[in-house]
Design a protein around this ligand. Structure first.
Ligand code: AMP
Ligand code: ZN
Length: 479
């Protein structure tokens, strides 16, 4: 499509909103740090998955689907993985395979498109070794005690991304106190493996990579020495992204690793930081498949929509209440689609509302884009205009760009969604009996039947048939 307003993105590196100009319009390149596959992904992990999925969809819309390359890695070598596999008494490979399988199911349920490449760290060891060798050769890394470390003072402008005071960076780096470090902030590129730890042969003996070098190697292999956008959660700015930048820039000699660095805000749960010890750890898998949260499983689209309602850079307080609200809106929207009989295919050619696109192009202002969706939905309501169907197509086209409303509307019938088993035939019978009592002005009986239905979770709405003026009663499952 031709876009009149250019895309602006907030760049953590410059702390400014910048016009986005890809290095090569024929191949716009995006890298996002993926999961370490040792445990189920939690609802905080869902945030970058969803936010960068919207960015990916928007870039595809602007530059064409075949002109965007999205890489999201899988970290399948890490000390947390080793520890968890030992704890569970299973092989490392079994743990990473199982975790990755569930992860893929989770992201698909969130309506995230699969990235073009999902490289695994264990399949890029040769590339990691090659980069480390380059760093040693050009004086940015040194070997000590079977380890290879990045020599932070060798890079005069280290720290540009996080702009942390030196003391802070030293404190952060001291997490790993080690006698073989020359400088306090030096970090590990390669470390030796014991017999029972995963390891690969290298010029420095049998060992395994540090975390940061994995992303430098995978982004280089699939996107090149310099690429367009690098994303992840705000917690990754230091040390992970700072160190990725140091490795890649010093290995290849460029001023930047990626032109734009984007970070999603952090998510907490019901007002508290999520942690296993607080018992408020919310996994995507459980939300989709169990009744632990709010007494029932949730559709992935509800999780996605609830997440999209906050600006991607702001913190989110995740609540069950927000899911309930998100679900209600989606139900209403699906009802509009159902009534108008529109499908993604019929909507594919509909124009995108300008205000909607402007919101997205303005540093992914998805919350404002959703406000525009409400406007579009209101116009698409069957009773509103004679051109309702065309309006519904515009509405659906815009929603689809956010990865919303792609389900079969029939699966979203309010009655099917209640989380309580409703015997529709029985409800219809009782509603008809109550209507007859109402018409006969037998209000005691009419009230009794209304209360009975309420107990069953059914809410009634009395009205008049606009054509005949006769009393009618509609019902819905109360939420
Ligand atoms: P991890 O597996 O911890 O490396 O996290 C994978 C991705 O999820 C990274 O991009 C993190 O920044 C992001 N992430 C982790 N926890 C949260 C959270 N509570 N809120 C938002 N993003 C998070
Ligand atoms: Zn990374």
């Amino acid at each position: 499509m031709s876009v009149s307003t250019p895309l602006k993105l907030y760049n953590t590196l410059t702390r400014e909103r910048e016009f986005f100009a890809p290095i090569d319009e024929g191949c716009v390149r995006l890298y996002v740090c993926g999961p370490t596959v040792y445990d189920f992904a939690h609802i905080g992990n869902a945030r970058p998955l969803i936010v960068f999925d919207v960015l990916y969809r928007l870039l595809r819309e602007i530059y064409g689907a075949s002109h965007v390359k999205y890489v999201r890695n899988i970290t399948d070598v890490d000390d947390k993985i080793n520890a968890r596999a030992a704890e569970r008494g299973i092989a490392i490979r079994e743990l990473t395979e199982e975790t990755n399988r569930v992860f893929q199911e989770d992201v698909a349920a969130l309506n995230c498109l699969a990235p073009d490449v999902q490289p695994r760290a264990t399949e890029h060891i040769a590339e990691m070794i090659a980069i480390i060798e380059k760093l040693i050769a050009n004086g940015h890394a040194y070997e000590a005690d079977g380890h290879v470390l990045f020599d932070v003072p060798s890079m005069p402008d280290y720290g540009q991304l996080s702009r942390r005071p030196l003391d802070d960076m030293i404190a952060g780096a001291r997490v790993e106190v080690a006698p073989y470090k020359k400088g306090e902030m030096d970090f590990v590129l390669w470390k030796p493996s014991k017999e029972d730890e995963p390891g690969w042969d290298s010029p420095w003996g049998r060992g395994r990579p540090g975390w940061h070098i994995e992303c430098s190697a995978m982004s280089y292999k699939h996107l090149g020495e310099v690429f367009d956008i690098h994303g992840g959660g705000i917690d990754l700015v230091f040390p992970h992204h700072e160190n990725e930048i140091a490795q890649t820039r010093c290995a290849f000699g460029h001023n930047v690793m990626a032109n734009i660095w984007m970070h999603n805000g952090f998510l907490q749960v019901e007002g508290e930081k999520m942690s296993k010890s607080l018992g408020n750890f919310v996994t995507i898998h459980e939300l989709l498949n169990s009744d632990r949260f709010g007494g029932r499983p949730w559709k992935g689209e509800v999780l996605r929509f609830a997440m999209l309602r906050s600006h991607y850079r702001q913190p989110i307080d995740w609540t069950v209440k927000a899911l309930e609200e998100a679900e209600k809106t989606l139900q209403r929207w699906y009802a509009v689609l159902c009534a108008q009989g529109v499908t993604a295919e019929s909507a594919a050619q509909a124009p995108l509302r300008e205000n909607f696109m402007e919101a997205l192009l303005d540093d992914l202002n998805i919350a404002r884009a959703i406000a525009e969706l409400h406007v579009l939905a209101a116009k698409a309501e069957p009773s509103k205009t004679a051109t309702g169907k065309a309006e519904a197509e515009k509405f659906l086209r815009a929603a689809n760009l956010l990865g919303l409303l792609q389900d079969d509307p029939a699966a979203w019938e309010p009655k099917a969604l209640a989380g309580v088993e409703i015997d529709e035939a029985k409800v219809e019978k009782l509603v008809a009996e109550r209507l007859a009592a109402r018409k006969a002005r037998n209000f005691a009986e009419s009230d009794r039947l209304r209360d009975l239905l309420l107990e069953m979770g059914v809410k009634l709405k009395d009205g008049k048939d606009p054509a005949t003026g006769e009393p009618v009663t509609n019902w819905e499952v109360s939420s």
